[in-house]
Design a protein around this ligand. Structure first.
Ligand code: FES
Length: 137
């Protein structure tokens, strides 16, 4: 699996998203509750751009008249026909076994970690065995 460095974390504001072209695909990255999620920017129904989707909460009702919100902002509601998807894995809510949006693993790493890379040149110890007096004129 190829790794692609697409943005600084500050390029995607909390609650926002940004689309990146990666290997010929448009991938949208969402920044929600301090986490980043990446999905193909195409609804599996008729292809709406999911960058325009509403980020909503999960709403459950344990009994009539009682509503509970959870996972605020982690669910996507497609802008065209309202199908809903889980941002964490792309699964739909109405047919989780058959309909899903392709999702991609996302990692956040410091610039220092990225710069290190796997290749390190061999180094050797250095000793200074004498001193010199230097005059500047
Ligand atoms: S295109 Fe997304 S629900 Fe229809």
């Amino acid at each position: 699996m190829a790794r692609h460095i697409v943005a600084r974390t500050s390029d995607i504001p909390p609650g926002g998203n940004k689309v990146f072209g990666v290997d010929g695909r448009d991938i949208v990255v969402f920044h929600v509750n301090g986490e980043f999620f990446a999905l193909l920017n195409r609804c599996p129904h008729e292809g709406a751009p999911l960058e325009k989707a509403a980020c909503v909460a999960r709403l459950t009702s344990p009994e009539p008249g009682i509503y509970q919100r959870s996972r605020v902002g982690e669910l996507l509601r497609c802008p065209w026909h309202g199908w809903e998807f889980d941002m964490r894995n792309g699964q739909s809510f109405f047919d989780p076994k058959r309909v899903k949006v392709r999702s991609y693993p996302v990692a956040v790493e410091s610039g220092e970690e990225l710069q290190k890379g796997p290749y390190v040149a061999e180094t050797f110890p250095v000793h200074v065995e004498d001193s010199y007096v230097i005059i500047e004129t």
